[in-house]
Ligand binder design. Structure first.
Ligand SMILES: Cc1cc2nc3c(=O)[nH]c(=O)nc-3n(C[C@H](O)[C@H](O)[C@H](O)COP(=O)(O)OP(=O)(O)OC[C@H]3O[C@@H](n4cnc5c(N)ncnc54)[C@H](O)[C@@H]3O)c2cc1C
Length: 426
């Protein structure tokens, strides 16, 4: 039984799209909210590839969670990594503190990680892109590869340093593959004397028959065409069979590459397995239609960690608008439970899909694929949408202008190699 003398405690795990939107949707509710994240910042993941390729600085696409929620008086923020969830005692445990954290209602919104198709050892040599740390690691590898190539006497080794393989032809892989050659041809070129950075080789490998499998086929074809114009080698229907520090194998074919980046496959955050709820093959929680666990009215899931049925035989995609909508729905259903009212099923409103190809082209599938745009117009649309979002969470026009300046003119400071030594080769 809840103590009627105190306000219900709602704990939200994760300050990503789902967690933040849940917290905001509880702004006027008679509850005390605690949002816990293992980092102190929210990251705008759709622009991570820009950080990885030195187009933007980490601070351009992230902001402290505490700062974002500073005006919402019923929210407290805690830096901590959740390690255990006990639904019987309604408590959490953090890695950093032995004291249990109690909740009356819980929203688990801890997102997803990369999946390496049963080869976790590939992660060390082929980093994926989910966090600012991942983006910095990839950026560092790109910059070090070019530094090494500049002074490499052996031609084969120089070529391997200047070869970048990206595994996975979804939006992240396409965006990384598109912007890399542009950076090398544009911003990097005048800085080097011995190598011609415009000669970098970028290979994009996709296991399925086409790029951007969730887009209409015509836009997949357009993306492949635009990437070919940027001299990206696109390999579809091709499976990676091995990855090591020297390159990638695809069956009998081997590409010598010192930089391999992973953009294929997602698995739910490890917290899904702590809930004791049914999971799908990707480890996502199979929740009830109102986002609560099948056997627990007080625990909700939202965002990439949740597997919610969508159209026949498919699940709601792991995209930012879906996570935001789920966070809002989970929060509203908590309010309903507290008020003793019925909860409402989650319904995904599909706002469309966008992917950029380099810095001036994009493809967009809107209104369930009925509206399709490609090329420069789609890119301007992409830019407008992202600027609108960043305005919302960065909240200062001056910061926005600086962001736009960095984006258009390539900020040099982002090309500093300053992080600690990377575990593998760089
Ligand atoms: C590179 C990339 C590009 C993308 N591009 C697009 C795009 O163009 N358009 C689009 O709509 N979507 C895009 N997405 C998908 C979109 O970003 C995700 O669907 C969305 O971020 C999911 O939101 P979430 O809140 O579920 O998880 P996240 O945003 O991942 O947030 C999860 C939070 O939980 C925290 N956390 C995890 N585990 C713990 C723990 N144990 N304890 C405490 N905190 C924890 C994490 O630190 C993180 O802050 C992209 C994703 C990536 C990775």
């Amino acid at each position: 039984m809840d103590d009627p003398a105190r306000r219900p405690r709602v704990v939200i795990i994760g300050g990503g799209f789902a967690g933040l939107s849940a917290a905001r949707a509880l702004a006027r509710a008679p509850v005390d909210v605690l949002i816990i994240d293992r980092t102190n910042h929210h990251v705008f993941q759709p622009l991570l590839y820009q950080v990885a390729t030195t187009a933007l600085a980490p601070s351009d696409i992230s902001a402290p969670i505490r700062w974002i929620l500073r005006r919402q008086k019923n929210v407290a923020t805690r830096l901590g990594s959740v390690q255990a969830i006990d639904r019987t005692t309604r408590t959490l445990r953090l890695a950093e503190d032995d004291a249990p954290v109690p909740y009356d209602y819980l929203v688990v919104a801890s997102g997803a990680r990369h999946a390496y198709f049963g080869h976790p050892e590939w992660e060390a040599v082929a980093p994926g892109l989910k966090s600012l740390e991942d983006a910095r690691r990839i950026r560092r590898r790109i910059l070090l590869a070019l530094e090494r190539a500049e002074w490499e006497a052996d031609a084969a080794e120089r070529d391997a340093q200047m070869t970048f393989v990206i595994v996975g032809g979804g939006p992240t892989g396409v965006e990384l593959a598109g912007v890399l050659p542009e950076m090398c041809r544009g911003a990097f070129r005048p800085d080097f004397r011995r190598i011609d950075t415009s000669k970098v080789r970028v290979v994009l490998v996709e296991g399925g028959p086409r790029l951007l499998p969730s887009f209409p086929p015509s836009l997949s074809a357009r993306a492949a065409h635009d990437l070919a114009r940027l001299r990206v080698e696109v390999r579809t229907s091709t499976f990676v069979t091995d990855v090591d520090a020297d390159g990638v194998s695809m069956g009998a074919e081997r590409i010598a590459a010192r930089s391999v980046f992973w953009a294929a496959g997602n698995a739910a955050s490890a917290l899904s397995r702590l809930l004791g709820a049914p999971l799908d093959a990707a480890g996502r929680v199979l929740a009830r239609s109102d986002l609560s666990l099948p056997d627990d009215d007080r625990v909700f899931v939202a965002g990439d960690i949740a597997a919610m049925p969508w159209t026949e035989g498919t699940f709601v995609p792991g995209v930012a608008p879906a996570a935001t909508q789920m966070g809002q729905r989970a929060a509203r259903n908590i309010r309903a439970r507290i008020a003793g009212e019925p909860t409402t099923p989650f319904r995904y409103v599909n706002t469309g899909e966008l992917a950029t190809i380099g810095r001036h082209m994009a493809v967009a599938s809107l209104a369930g694929g009925r509206i399709r745009i490609a090329g420069y117009v789609a890119w301007v649309f992409w830019l407008f949408l992202h600027i609108m979002y960043l305005v919302g969470f960065r909240n200062r026009v001056s910061v926005l202008l600086q962001w736009a300046y960095n984006y258009i003119f390539y900020e040099r400071g982002v090309r500093l190699i300053s992080e600690a030594e990377d575990a593998v080769r760089g």
